[in-house]
Ligand binder design. Structure first.
Ligand SMILES: Nc1ncnc2c1ncn2[C@@H]1O[C@H](COP(=O)(O)OP(=O)(O)O)[C@@H](O)[C@H]1O
Ligand SMILES: O=C(CO)[C@@H](O)[C@H](O)COP(=O)(O)O
Length: 499
């Protein structure tokens, strides 16, 4: 039996899957790492930590592997998007990576609009200037840490840096490059116009390749550190959302994905690169050649739940923490939560807004708060579904993946709030599976990703909307939508008191 490895470099952890030729997960290893939050709105990680934890995880996986290590033919990657890693001439990391959920760059986003113009920016990059994207982060470093910027010889995204450390070769692929705001998304090239306008040398941008491209083999040192064979082929991989889509079979028009990881996304496959969503949703290159996807993003989806659990019951596992939420009625007995704990992206691109619990009552217990958090996250994702439905898409069936798909009550809640059928797959690890599929396709096991998806992906359970709950949630969703407008000014006033 032959195998491939999919590495998902997430925000909370690196998750590694060993997948066989039938698409079965033979082994699974996960190693977590922390966020570095120096100030409100900041979010960083040390790239060395990604390399150390991936090396440790792969070594554990290889040690437990009973077959011939040469049968592990390929490895590929899925990565948290947008994070800025800067390297000097000797390819040494210059500072901590500034992550996708870091919102310190509001000023730089305004500057991008002033210099490029909103219309031109949308025409070239197909996306608005959002704090999480990479170009504003580069401009922040240029302005606030000019010595670091001067020393930078290349920028990389998280999984591309990890892959560089495994192969010694520097590349970037289209699906992740799309989230930098420097790529001409439809022409699939670095935009000379954007680079010129911001004084960014073209050499700062790595060469672009396809997600399934073989970009080298494992170095002698990395093979020694992990036990992998030096012959293991390394494939470029993709942005975590592109890989999540591949790993869930979102490879044809009409398919919709809901992924609840640290962030949450609702994603739709697009064959065309010339649709106009007016920047209301992100529009990126897929990990499948010459195709695209659109998506809305909730900045703190799983993160709202993990923040709440870690603040009030750190020692408890998620399953224990969520015990009893299924017994609380839809609407949490009048308690409503908005998940804006680090700001929001879709539909309110706002780095200042913060979360709220509305309607706290003396009768509420912890389980009401826990359910309200799950409902608030799901309402936020429903705002993206509403944008898609209003654009004319039919969304009656959704594949749900990510850590959030581990909980049955949450999956039923998604069916009830989205008013759509929810499908859970045999593995909720969509991005890791997508990465493994890119390796399988790259190794030549299949003639296309679609063919690979047919053989690798299976639905394990389906959840149907429950009429009474759908009705209750429709009313609650309208109230939820009011909270943003009603709390916006209050949050602007509270900003000066934040750390
Ligand atoms: N058993 C569980 N039940 C419900 N939610 C869970 C469970 N385990 C993890 N999660 C949620 O999933 C999130 C992590 O999802 P994951 O897909 O692993 O994230 P990432 O790719 O961002 O690292 C956590 O923040 C948490 O909210
Ligand atoms: O910023 C985005 C997408 O634009 C996020 O989706 C990141 O890609 C992080 O993903 P997770 O760690 O939550 O999976």
């Amino acid at each position: 039996m032959k195998y491939v490895i999919g590495v998902d470099l997430g925000t909370s952890a690196v998750k590694i899957l060993l997948v066989n030729q039938n698409g079965e997960v033979a082994q699974e290893v996960s190693k977590s790492y922390p966020l570095i939050i120096e100030k409100s709105g900041y979010s960083e990680q040390n790239p060395e930590e990604w390399v150390a934890k991936t090396t440790e995880g792969l070594a554990e996986l290889v040690q437990a592997f009973e077959g011939d290590v040469k049968d592990i033919e390929g490895i590929s990657f899925s990565g948290q998007m947008h994070g800025l890693v800067l390297l000097d001439e000797a390819n040494q990391v210059l500072r901590n990576a500034i992550l996708w959920n870091d919102t310190r760059t509001t000023k730089q986003c305004q500057e991008i609009y002033e210099v490029v113009g909103q219309e031109k920016l949308l025409e070239i990059t197909k996306n608005p200037a959002l704090e999480g994207f990479t170009l504003p982060k580069i401009l922040w470093v240029k302005e606030n840490e000019p010595e670091t910027f001067k020393s930078a010889s290349v920028f990389m995204l998280p999984k591309d840096y990890l892959r560089y450390r495994i192969t010694g070769n520097i590349h970037m692929e289209y699906s992740d490059a799309a989230g930098t705001l420097m790529l001409n998304v439809s022409k699939r090239e670095w935009s000379p116009e954007i680079l010129h306008l911001f004084g960014i040398a073209p050499e700062l941008c790595p060469p672009l390749v396809e997600s399934h491209a073989c970009v080298g083999t494992v170095t002698v040192e990395f093979a020694q550190a992990t036990g992998l064979s030096e012959a293991t082929q390394v494939f470029a991989g993709g942005a975590d959302n592109a890989c999540g889509a591949i790993g869930s079979g979102i490879l044809s028009e009409g398919k919709t994905l809901c992924s609840i990881g640290t962030s949450g996304v609702v994603l739709s496959y697009e064959e065309r690169n010339d649709l106009d969503f007016e920047g209301k949703v992100h529009y990126f290159n897929h990990g499948e050649e010459n195709t695209y996807y659109t998506m809305g993003v909730t900045l703190a989806a799983g993160y709202s739940l993990s923040w709440f659990k870690d603040t009030f019951a750190k020692e408890e596992a998620f399953d224990q923490f969520l015990e009893g939420v299924d017994g609380v009625p839809a609407g949490s007995d009048g308690l409503l939560f908005t998940p804006y704990i680090v700001g929001e992206r879709t539909p309110h691109a706002d780095s200042t807004i913060r979360g709220s619990f509305i309607g706290m009552d003396a009768g509420h217990e912890r389980k009401h708060f826990a359910r309200a958090v799950l409902e608030g996250i799901t309402f936020s994702l429903n705002e993206s579904i509403e944008i898609f439905r209003n654009s004319g898409k039919t969304i009656d069936s959704i594949i749900s993946i990510g850590g959030g798909a581990k909980n049955e009550t949450w999956l039923q809640m998604q069916a009830d709030i989205f008013n759509a059928k929810i499908e859970k797959l045999t593995s909720e690890q969509g991005p890791g599976m997508g990465a493994a599929m890119l390796a399988a396709y790259g190794c030549g096991w299949f003639t296309s990703l679609k063919e690979c998806a047919q053989s690798f992906i299976q639905t394990s359970k389906t959840y149907h909307p429950i009429k009474e709950n759908v009705e209750a949630y429709q009313k609650l969703f309208s109230i939820y939508q009011e909270v943003y407008t009603q709390t916006k000014v209050l949050n602007d006033q509270l900003k000066e008191f934040r750390r």
